[in-house]
Design a binder for this molecule. Structure first.
Ligand code: SAM
Length: 244
């Protein structure tokens, strides 16, 4: 049977018999089992049904980091594991980074811990923000400034060497704001869900449109496939180096 472990909680995709629940509990020693129902809305809220146990809050360990979250309110994407690892080691001590969609710190926590830049982590959902703050403390990080706000309301000026845009719903609508944060030279990690046929074209064309609008040139770019999102649709991230 396929299931996902988040800390000491197991997430399954279908209803289980008593026998199946017993087997999973014996095998994993989990404290709860939940059935994934859906993820929806701008906060990417996760809805689940409790099949076993009572608690839905847990601490997940990954890449030497701790992530506290409540699986009944907050998503955890197993498919993004490689990207969380890539982001962990991509920056350095000299950089200022803005994570525009920080969530509970999916990219902020591993990056702050392993690459050690200074990170402004912006999150709009108060529940995710609460866990972001807890995760900064749990991982003993001093180089993260959490900001509870819609990123479009945040005024930091052009301070960012690197910007993470880990959001997949109309992410291009946030590129105006991203360019307002970007130094004259910098990198944007731009996420999008895109049909396979236009995977090589649409993300870069969208970023190029805004780059030109703000007088930046694209020095270099690379597209990475993160995961299959839906039939014929990929979640991708575009790393774009920009200069003006
Ligand atoms: N990148 C994550 C991962 O690796 O699993 C997944 C996306 S994360 C859940 C996206 C976050 O962006 C959510 O927590 C959501 O509340 C937040 N968000 C959405 N719109 C926002 C906005 N305008 N400003 C700040 N945060 C926003």
């Amino acid at each position: 049977m396929r299931y996902q472990r988040v800390g000491d909680i197991v997430i399954v995709r279908k209803n289980l018999t008593e026998e199946e629940i017993k087997k999973i509990v014996e095998k994993t020693k989990c404290k709860s089992i939940v059935k994934y129902v859906t993820i929806s809305g701008e906060f990417r809220t996760q809805y689940v049904k409790l099949l076993y146990g009572e608690e839905t809050e847990t601490i997940h360990k990954e890449h030497g980091c701790l992530f506290k979250l409540d699986v009944s309110k907050i998503m955890w994407s197993q498919g993004n594991i490689k990207e969380r690892e890539r982001m962990a080691f991509i920056s350095n001590k000299r950089e200022t980074v803005i994570d525009m969609f920080a969530g509970i710190g999916y990219f902020t926590i591993p990056m702050a811990k392993h690459s050690k830049p200074f990170i402004y982590a912006i999150e709009k959902n108060p529940v995710a923000y609460k866990y972001l703050c807890e995760n900064i403390k749990l991982n003993k990080l001093k180089n993260v400034a959490p900001i509870l706000s819609d990123n479009r309301e945040v005024k930091l000026g052009k301070v960012a060497d690197r910007i993470v845009m880990g959001y997949v719903h109309k992410t291009h609508k946030f590129l105006d704001k991203a360019f307002s944060f970007l130094k004259d030279r910098g990198i944007i990690h731009y996420h999008e869900t895109v049909p396979e046929k236009i995977l090589e074209k649409r993300p870069i064309e969208r970023v190029k449109f805004y780059a030109e609008k703000y007088g930046y040139k694209i020095i270099d770019y690379k597209i990475h496939k993160i995961k299959k999102y839906a039939p014929g649709v990929w979640h991708v991230v575009l790393d774009v180096h920009l200069e003006r």
